[in-house]
Design a protein around this ligand. Structure first.
Ligand code: ADP
Ligand code: 5SP
Length: 493
């Protein structure tokens, strides 16, 4: 038998880094090393020092390798999938000038509104870049920095996204991929390149940005001696371009440009996201028309408040996260970070429908319902943008794949099932982002198309399949009516 070779898929997300030591041949997840991140900031600010991500990556890789019991010499490749959109600013020596502005930092909402108006409205942005700027998009953060921290903006020699900052630390090469680049709002999914006019408008030049590799699985270089020493891995192994975390999850599921719209995906993490792989370029202002890691399309909608917000409500109530019952009359919109979908960056949490007999368990259940409702309503927009009618019983009956940390939680699964009325598939692998990155690494190390690699790995996956339960339309309508009434003044409706 030839010796076992492995690849390392890194998921550098908002709350932590995970490094999945993955068998190159079978996709078996042999070990997962973990290291937490620190997010700081009050009000709308959310920042992390990029050096925290690098140290967490080193710790997670070391922990994963130790747990696997394998020799470092069995590792043949590595790829990073990172939280999308974050703005990393580097000096001439490649050192971060300041903490990164994260995807859920809402301070750049005014800059987003100004950019939308400057181009003549949302449709113009959809046509140009695929996506309408909201506070999450990198372009709005760069403009915020120029207006609010001009000294650091002036000193910036290069701009990176979280995943390509880390990839550059690994390979010494400035590279990104179409998927993560499409979340900047200065890359066009229509042309597959940076938009020179938008760069000029933003005061950026191409020389400040990483080159866009053809796919996230492209080998952009090899592990440098210094990175090898920091990670305890052999120098010279393949480094892939990597991608954004949602794009990587799509790869991990074996979805990529194959038009597999019959299985939309719902991810329950710090963010709640819904997305579907598509061959058709989406043209809706109601969602983000991102690219996939291979340059095809990944229409996606994202909420700012999902598992972290619900965990916060549980801790305020002194309850365990699964100590919840359906909310009854109580409606809780847990928009603790403001909200992105719907675009309500200055909103905060809202509780209504309290009675003398409302219990703490119902309040927690109402937080789950509010978070799940918000992302599920975005799913309807996603389907519409993909030319599907969400009210069509055939479309409404298609299964929803549930991923992210929340998919491991009983109450999350039951709440999504009850409010969606759909059958659910919970994939056997709980680490789809890291698995997708491992497939990108395997591809870079010589293993062919990453989506095909992941699809082959998934053939043995033991997925949980849950049949549909009756849809709780009463709760759905109650929450929808509260949200619509509360957002009217904020949306100017
Ligand atoms: N067993 C579980 N039950 C419910 N929620 C869980 C469970 N395990 C993890 N989570 C939730 O998953 C979240 C982290 O998910 P993850 O997808 O790793 O987030 P991120 O990618 O944003 O860092 C945590 O906020 C936690 O609430
Ligand atoms: O902004 C988005 C998607 O557009 C988020 O989904 C981020 O990519 C962060 O993801 P998690 O840390 O919640 O996984």
């Amino acid at each position: 038998m030839p010796p076992r070779t492995v690849v390392i898929g890194v998921d550098s997300s908002t709350q932590s880094t995970k490094a999945a030591v993955t068998d190159t041949g079978t996709g078996e997840l042999l070990a997962v090393g973990r290291a937490p991140h620190v997010v700081t900031g009050e009000g709308g600010a959310r920042e992390t020092d990029p050096e925290v991500w690098w140290l967490a990556l080193c710790d997670a890789v070391a922990a994963g390798l130790k747990e696997s019991g394998l020799s470092p010499s069995s590792v043949v490749g590595i790829a990073v999938a990172g939280q999308q959109h974050g703005l990393v600013t580097l000096d001439r020596a490649g050192r971060p000038l300041r903490p990164a502005l994260l995807w859920n930092d809402t301070r750049s909402a005014p800059q987003a509104a100004a950019l939308v108006a400057e181009l003549g409205g949302p449709e113009a942005w959809t046509a140009r870049t695929g996506t309408v700027p909201v506070a999450s998009m990198t372009a709005t953060k760069w403009r915020w920095l120029r207006e609010n921290d001009p000294a650091n903006a002036e000193a910036t020699a290069s701009v990176r996204l979280p995943h390509d900052f880390l990839t550059e630390r690994l390979a010494g090469v400035a590279a990104t991929d179409p998927g993560d680049a499409s979340g900047t709002c200065w890359y066009s999914t229509a042309t597959g390149a940076y938009d020179p006019d938008l760069l000029e408008r933003l005061g950026l030049s191409v020389s400040m940005l990483p080159e866009v590799a053809a796919t996230g699985g492209t080998r952009i270089g090899s592990l440098t001696d210094s990175a090898a020493e920091a990670l305890g891995l052999p120098a010279g192994i393949a480094v892939a371009a990597g991608t954004g975390d949602n794009m990587s999850a799509a790869v991990g599921l074996g979805l990529g440009g194959a038009g597999l719209l019959d299985h939309p995906v719902l991810s329950l993490g710090t963010s709640g996201t819904v997305f579907a792989a598509s061959r058709t370029r989406p043209a809706s202002t109601a969602l983000s028309g991102f690219a996939g890691a291979d340059g095809t399309y990944l229409p996606l909608a994202c909420t700012l408040n999902c598992t972290l917000a619900v965990d916060k409500v549980a801790s305020l109530l002194g309850l365990h996260r699964d100590d919840a019952t359906p909310g009854g009359e109580a409606v809780l919109l847990p928009y603790l970070d403001g909200e992105r979908t719907p675009d309500l960056p200055t909103s905060s949490g809202l509780l209504t429908g309290l009675r003398h007999d409302t219990t703490p368990q119902q309040l927690l259940g109402a937080a789950y319902e509010g978070a799940a409702f918000t992302v599920l309503r975005a799913l309807d927009e996603l389907l519409l943008a993909c030319g599907l009618d969400p009210a069509d019983p055939e479309v409404a009956g298609r299964p929803l794949r549930l991923i992210g940390g929340g998919a491991q939680g009983r109450t999350w699964v039951e709440t999504v099932r009850r409010l969606s009325g759909r059958p659910l598939i919970v994939p056997g692998s709980g680490e789809l982002v890291a698995l997708g990155a491992a497939a990108l690494a395997a591809s870079a190390a010589g293993g062919g198309d990453p989506v095909a690699v992941a699809a082959r790995w998934n053939e043995k996956s033991e997925d949980a399949e849950l049949p549909a339960s009756e849809r709780d339309t009463e709760t759905w309508e109650r929450i929808g009516s509260v949200l619509d009434r509360a957002s009217e003044p904020l949306l100017g409706g």
